[in-house]
Structure formats: structure tokens, C-alpha cells
Write a protein of this length. Sequence first.
Lengths: 789, 63
Amino acid sequence: MTCINCAHTIEKALSKLNGITQATVNLAAEKAIVNYNPDIVDQKAIEETITGAGYKVIHEKINLQVGGMTCVNCAKTIEKALNSREGVYNATVVFAAEKVAVEYNPDQISLAAIKKVIQDVGYTVVEPKPQEGAEDKARKHHIQRLKLLLTASISLTVPIIALMWLSPLPMEQTNILMFLLATPVQFVMGWPFYVGTYKGLKNKTANMDTLIAMGTSTAYIYSTVVTFSPKLFPNAAVFFDTATMIMTFILLGKLLDAIAKGRTSEAIRKIMGLQAKVARIIRNDQEIEVPIDEVIVGDIVIVHPGEKIPVDGTVIEGYSGVDEKVITGESIPVEKKVGDQIVGATINKTGMLKFRATKVGKDTVLAQIINLVEDALTSKAPVQRIADVASGYFVPVIIFTATLSALAWYFLVGESFIFALTVFIAVVVVACPCALGLATPTAIMVGVGKGAENGILIKSGEALEAVYKLKTVVFDKTGTLTKGEPEVTEIHPNKTFTEEQLLQLAAVAEKNSEHPLGAAILKKAKEKGLKVEDPELFNALPGYGVEVTYQGGTILLGNRKLMEANNLEIDNLEAEMTKLEEAGKTAMLIAVNGQVAGLIAVADTLKENSAEAVAKLKQMGLEVIMITGDNQRTANAIASQIGVSRVLAEVLPSEKASEIKRLQAENKVVAMVGDGINDAPALAQANIGIAVGSGTDIAMETGDIVLIKNDLRDVVVAIQLSRATMKKIRQNLFWAFFYNVALIPLAAGAFYPILHVLFNPVYAAAAMASSSVTVVSNASLLRRFKPKL
Amino acid sequence: MAKDLVCGMDVDEKAAKYKTLYNGKYYYFCAAGCKKSFESNPQLYLSGAGSKGHNCSCGCGGH
């Protein structure tokens, strides 16, 4: 139904039908209320009439999972029971899938009643349970596996160390016993490292797996040879303890890493925790409380003041203020009335609300936000790729250094073979760049999580990296720096009218216009409580304005050209008009019955925090540019209000992206801040696209960073957070390299001549594990980040 | 009397319900459809090529 005519058409068609006493159609509610005699006419005929008149009767559809069906007959029973109920148009049971598809009229039969019908005939309705995130499950499984491996590894390593130190048996037996204990550690716990090495070699790269496999294998093979062919190395010590302890430490490091990774996504879990646990819904005409997972689309949900809204929906009854801070960051409650959308996890403040659930589980706005953050966590920053490439070079260099040191000790200094071997193993193990691999992802995870807490969704690691190098921030004007809704700023009547009279006449003229400037005038008139009647005649004059007939007279509202076309002089208003236009406003002239009556100026006004955000960005040493399709004069006026010095005006939407390209050609890393729909190409072209929009907007898809709140100060916070995160990544890379580089000379035995202590490979493994811990804990310090505004 | 350039009908300027401005000059129409057609391509109708006479779709039936 599109207009009141449609409503009449339906009413007329229905009242012609025999047996109908009264038919009223409510256009706004899209409902037809029909009083009829069921003996003469049935519902089907009524619906056919409506369909015949060219309209549709809306049916709701739902798929339910049914349990307890044993044969096809059961399916028939359910179908029959459902189809006999009033309000059910069609119920089809798919026996194999244990599903029933029901098409019904929600005004006649509730979902709960449908379920009851199924239950009454002896079957159960299986409520779909939201699945645990696959990633979360995998992580838990991974941690579980690591714990098991570590426990096994420890229980095998401890006896080896005990045998080593206590030597309760003759050496040969001890060695054999240790071999038996060490072999499973080497090949079961160590298996992933061999696989990693193989994969690396296949790609002609060396990675940390190569180092671990090499270091431990060398120790293991040498010790095995000593054990079984003692004659080759008389009285030589074995290294079984070294190999197993390295494995144990590395497993510990991996476990700590996995736990830390789980912990860094705490922010996400915090967001999830915002969700309500239970919902109050109406089933079987009774208000009952159910766990939130049991709410399904179509349920009627009741929320009392002070309660959390459980799922997304549309208000069907009540009026209240809702605190949407969790989604938008805006703490002032938003007015909600019938027909308005409400979002789960927000808080109902003042009145009772009844709403129909439209999105549940994984489809809610909150769940979508969580998804975006999760995606960001898995993306790699370019700096991470550099680390990967670097470790590809690093590994061969280390193997070379280890070999060289061992050879030097053996041949040049004349130390024993065991000494040289110890040096080799120590160097290989201490250089293991596993902390290098942790440096970036841990910091990104904390940074992204912190952003999410502040209503800033960082969708890729690349964006973080780019923000660090940022030079220029380009703001779209309309809708981003400004509210994007024109407001009446000046009412300037000639002597013959008062301000209110002029505004009222202007409002009458614009009453039926679809022009956004007209909407501003009508809004102002409404604010002032003016009564705005319909004009008798209305003509939109494209490019000029409007002309209406009202109370027998003529009202003209429009630009200079409209007055010229009607031979009206505007001399006395010209100066005022030019002044307003220079201030970036649009001035409209009004003439009543052939006399110019005054002018009304309309302008797009700035958002509250635009100027503050721009000032802060400039203070941070960034160049701020404004881009707009407006003419230079209007653009300059707005720019001077917010303190932007460089303005790109008269840019068509299609040219915005090429303007960004031009800035990038000046060797600048550019961020584009826009509202995400018309700015989409520019957002994509910029090094960092920052989309400003509400959480429900498609804008979330476009930008690299999405600001959930409609507050430009978050551009500042996003930049600060990115910088802090990148600083952490750099620190982490330093710590990872520091451990590797600093310990290599020690492991190579460079201090042996002075200290007479050789770096034991076991300590090398411990040092390596601690470098991982340092990096992870350093990253978690980022959790203390607080925006400076 | 003015001519509706879209359907060719005569229209009284004083009583015309539908009009528009183009290049500073008023044009009058018998119906909303004619006004819309004209506004979407004024050059076409000003050149005379667009006039469809009594076969237009403005709903006035050419009267």
C-alpha cells in the first residue's frame, strides 16, 4: 500500500463482498480490520479479494526443528494439527530434515501457539542453540592439547634429569634408560617442528621450527650414538636432558602464548558480556522469562524500565528512552516509540517497551560488531610480514654462525668435540626467533581490543601500520564535519511581516515540497509551534523554488532568479543576502502577493566536536583538509569555523577518490574520514578509510576503521591508539631481537675465556621462553591505554 | 491563453494549476504528467519535437 487511495480501493473491494459488515483499512499500520459473518464468507475469500485488488496479505514464515518424529505418519499428524488452526496458512513437514515450515498470520496465531500445537500432538520443538565461535573452540582445543603435551613432556624430562644427576645405575644402563625416556619427547612432542621444517625446506625457507628441529636433533642423535656405540666417544656425556628440556620449555612458551592470545581477546568477551542473559517474552498469552538463546525471530519481547534489551527488534507498543551507549557511545537516551528499531544490549530507561524480535543470535548488531573485531585480529600488519621475511634470512645466518663458532672452538682453540657441539646447540637454540613471531600479533590484539572498548573498530592490521605514518587527514564536509541536515539560521522579514508570520508563510509554501531546505523550514515552524496549513495549489519550479496559492494569494519562495522571473525587486535585501551567502548559508527569498516579504537562511551546522577534533589533529602535527562538493565560498566559510586551512571545494562525489590520489602523489599517507556511503570510493582509495556511522550502517563494511559513535574526536583516539600499538610492536621487535642477538655471543662461548662458564643449551631454551613472555607482557601493557583529549 | 507544450492543449495562465519556470519564463500545463515530462527534457518540447498532440499520456485526453 502506497497511499490513501490504495486504502480506499481495498475498503471498497471488501465492502462489496457478501457477508462483510464493515472494513476499515489503516494505511499507517498497513492493516485491514474486517467485521464479517463467518457463515457467509470465510477468511480465504477475504484474502482473495485483497489479493484481487492488487495487494498482498502478509504471511510470516518460520522453520522449526521438530524432535520425536519416528515415521512419515508423525509428519502427517503435525501437518494436520497445524493446518487445522486458524491463522496457519500452510504447514509442511520435511520428515528427513526433522523440520516444519509454517506460514502463518502473526496477528491470529502466535509462534508460541504454533509450538504448543506441535507439543500437544506429542512432539518436541528443538530450539536452535547459538554455536560457540569456531575460533574460540579451536583455541580451547589447542590449549588443551598443549597442556597434555607439556605434562607428558615434563613427566618424561624430570626422570631424565634425576637419572643424570643421581646416576643410580652404571652409566651405560643410565644412558639407555634416558634414551627410552627422551625418544618419545623428541619425536612426539617434537613432531610439529619436523613438519614445520619440512614445509619450510619445501618452500626454500628456514624458520624457527628449523632451528628447534636442528638444535634438538643434533643433541639427540649425538647422545644416541654415544649410548649405543660408547667406543666412538669414550666417557662422553649425553645430551638427552638438553633435547627434552628444550622441547619442554618451548611447549611451555607455546602454551603461555596460547593462553595470552586467549586473554587478549578479552575485550571481545567483555562486549559479549554486555548482552542480556534472559528475555521476558509472551508465550501462550503469558509473560515468561527465557534464556536469551531461546528467543526467536517473531517473538514478542517485553522490557521494563531499567532492564537490558535482549535482542534487536521493532517496537510495537510503548514509549521510552533507551540508553544506547554500548553501541553508539552516546549516553543521552534516545527516544523510542512504536515502529522504531531497537538494538540488543542497550538499556531501557523510562517506560515499558513491547517489541517484536527481528534479529537474534549471530545476526544482531552486537554480534556483527564482535565479528568485525574478530576478523581484524586475524589480519596481519605489514610489519609482521617484514618480521617473517627477516626471520627467513635470520635462520641461515644463525646456522652459519653456530657452525662457524663450533668449528672455531674445535680447530682454532683446540677444545673438545663435546665443547664445540655444546656451542653449536646453544647458538642454534638461543637464536630461535619465536618471540619475533609473537611481537606483532600480541600488540595488535590488545590494540584492536582496546579500540573496540572505545567504540573504534580497527578492521585490519594494515590500517594500524598506516595510521602510524599518517601525514594528512581529509574530512568529508557534509554529514561528517557537519550534521548533514540543514537548519534555519536566520529569518529576516521586511517591515510588513513579523518573523513568525514569514516563517509560517514559508512553511506553507514548502509544506508539500520534497526539498531538504524545505524540510528545515518546516522543522523550524514545528519547533515554534506554528500551525502550517496545506496550500490550495503547489508548484515546484526546479532550479528556482516553489510557487503556491494560499488563501487565494500567491507565495513565492526561492532564489534571485525566481524573483527576477516575476519582475520583483530585491534591492533592500541584496546586501543581507550576499552577507549570508558569504557565510556559507543558503538564503531563500519569499514574496507574498507580488511583494518581496523577506528572506530565510538555511545552513548545514557543525557537529559539536568537529572543531575540537580538528584542533587536536593539528596539534598532533597532522595536516587537515576538508573536501566538499560545495562552492568555494560556502566551503571556506565552514572551514574557517572549524579551523581547516586547506579546502578542496566543488569536488564531485566521483572525483573525491582522484583528489585523494593526488594527495598521495604528494608522498603523503592519507586518511579519509567520511560517512561511508557517498564517500566509499575515497575511503577505499585512502591509505586509511575511516567511516563514521552508526553501528547499523553499511559504513562498517567500507572503512578500515569504523567509528561507532558519531563523534569526530574518535578520529583522534583512533590515531593515538594506533600510534601506541605500533610503538608497542616496535618495542616488542626490539625485545625479540635483543634476546636473540645479545645471547648469541654468550652461547657461542665468547665469554668463556673470562668467565669459564659455558652457556648451557638448557639456559638458552629458558632465555628463549622468557623472551616470549617479555613480549607478551609488554603487549598487555597496552591495555592501560587511555585516550588523551 | 498559453499552450501546453507537451499535449498541445490550450491552458489559461491565470487558472492553470500546473506551471514551471524555465530560463526565466513560465510555462503552463494541463496536468502534472505534462509538467513532469516538460521538466525532464524542456529543450525537446520547446523545439516542438516532443509534442504528442492528443496521444500524450498526461491523462487529460487532449481536452
